[in-house]
Design a protein around this ligand. Sequence first.
Ligand code: DX5
Ligand code: ZN
Length: 217
Amino acid sequence: MTIIAASLLSADFSCLAEEVRRVEEGGADWLHFDIMDGHFVPNITMGPQVVQSLREKSRLFFDVHLMIENPEHFVEDFAKAGADLIVVSAESCNHLHRVLQTIRSLGKKAGVALNPSTPLTGIEYVLDQLDLVLIMTVNPGFGGQVFIPSVLPKINRLREMAGKRPLEIAVDGGINSVTAHQVVQAGASVLVAGSAVFGSPDIQQAIKMLRTGKTIV
Ligand code: DX5
Ligand code: ZN
């Protein structure tokens, strides 16, 4: 079944614990943390303290998406803070294999994110170190952007490349009831959604709609 990861970036930051409770009750599978440093992307969000504070409030799987330079300096902090999965951005890693090994040595699942313009070739030789690949379907930095359809064939190709490996393919950016269907058809197994979840008056229905790929009226 398709995994729904609710992105906190679109939550009300004045009451994060309450927002987490709302998506947990609404049926989200994962909580997605967008960590931005103002260098790798033109926005600043949160650090490990936020992850740690919310860890006590939720039983959800914590998916930490690092959009930062030098992620190797911070993976241990996020692991200790309670991340279950740590995703690094391929474009920020000079030594991707080493960072992935570090994440796994900390007992966490490891993932890599690829910007829309980044080809799959850079991950061909680290597939055995990966639990998840995050295909960015917008340019990272902000919630509420429009899905980039030219990325769709990359999902198909990655599924082919993965072969029989149990690799999760996640997509992030502009996921709504229409694009959810398209990416799942292409081979995505995890849908990250911010505005489609938190922007909905009925979170439970929104999550159900994303998971089934159907508009519920
Ligand atoms: C963008 C982030 C996303 C963002 C998605 O850089 O990685 O996780 O929250 O937001 P929506 O679902 O609104 O496009
Ligand atoms: Zn994200």
